[in-house]
Write a protein that binds this ligand. Structure first.
Ligand code: GUN
Length: 291
């Protein structure tokens, strides 16, 4: 029987730990960590994410500020606000929810955020520092996956880890972290849409991390007996039986893959809930003056 890696429960536990830490800070005369989020426009997914981030701040005992703009805001206006937040001593960290409207350059915006307040860990300074093992803000999804592996006692040192996907926010940082001695200490292979022998590569994996955004892509024939499978996929697929009209689908065909695994994350309730929780952990660190 496999272990179901419960991201929802782990995230709840970590948020309770953060809250405890915050109450200690407050008791010793420090102020609560303060996260600001900038939301541009009315994208349904982004509205939900930002709403959940505000709720998570409340659960952790943080102060939060939501700054909203219509999608006709100019890039210059947005950059002006970022500059203001960079210099606001009351704000420990802030995020600009992505995606942004097409007329705004996301890279310009990301690079405008002060690295010391970049709790998303998207600024090239944080990405670069992470790659060479220096203290930094690590982006939330890879940090959440590392944390799940650690908290479930899944051995990674010397193991073979295969990552499906090479995105800037998951695949690439995940590979960096899994290879580093101080984090995963694994032997890492990154596969993507052009990889030859992708199935064979996956079958070698002790730890398989799927982050390609293709529902049900990982089937039982791609998984080694006793592997740990981490499913990062969260594709919205239409589902008329749901009030929302959709359900979340992972990259892994759970029903057939799970029986072969030592441990596996479900979708939903696996990696997803850990992501916001790690943003909270980064905000706590920012509030404590470290990064
Ligand atoms: N859009 C989707 N995921 C994220 C995230 O982690 N941070 C931000 N800022 N935008 C996102």
């Amino acid at each position: 029987m496999y272990t179901l890696i419960d991201g929802k429960a782990t995230a709840a536990q970590i948020k309770a730990e953060i809250r405890e830490e915050v109450e200690k800070m407050v008791a010793s005369g420090q102020r609560r960590p303060h996260l600001a989020a900038i939301l541009v426009g009315h994208d349904g997914g982004s509205e939900t994410y930002v709403h959940n981030k505000v709720l998570a701040c409340e659960a952790c005992g943080f102060t939060s500020t939501l700054i909203r703009y219509e999608d006709n805001i100019t890039e210059a206006e947005l950059l002006q606000k970022i500059d203001e937040l960079n210099h606001d001593d009351d704000i420990d960290g802030f995020i600009v929810q992505l995606p942004l409207p097409k007329h705004i350059n996301e890279q310009t915006v990301t690079e405008a955020i002060h690295p010391g307040k970049d709790v998303d860990g998207f600024h090239p300074t944080n990405v670069g520092r992470m790659a060479i093992g220096l203290p930094c803000f690590i982006s939330a999804t890879p940090l959440g996956i590392l944390t799940l592996l650690q908290r479930y006692g899944i051995a990674t040192s010397g193991k073979k880890c295969v990552i499906l996907g090479r995105s800037n926010i998951v695949g690439k940082p995940m590979a960096q972290l899994m290879m580093q001695k101080q984090y995963g200490d694994s032997t890492v292979t990154v596969c993507h849409s052009r990889s030859a022998n992708l199935k064979e590569e996956c079958r070698q994996a002790d730890i398989l991390i799927a982050a390609i955004g293709r529902p049900g892509f990982v089937t039982a024939d791609m998984v080694k007996e006793g592997a740990t499978v981490i499913d990062v996929g969260t594709t919205r697929v239409p589902d008329a039986s749901r009030k929302s009209g959709f359900r979340l689908s992972g990259d892994v065909c759970f029903q057939e893959v799970a029986p072969k695994c030592a441990a596996i994350t479900p979708v939903p309730g696996g990696v997803g809930p850990m992501t916001i929780c790690m943003l909270m952990l980064n905000t706590l660190k920012a509030g404590q003056g470290c990064e």
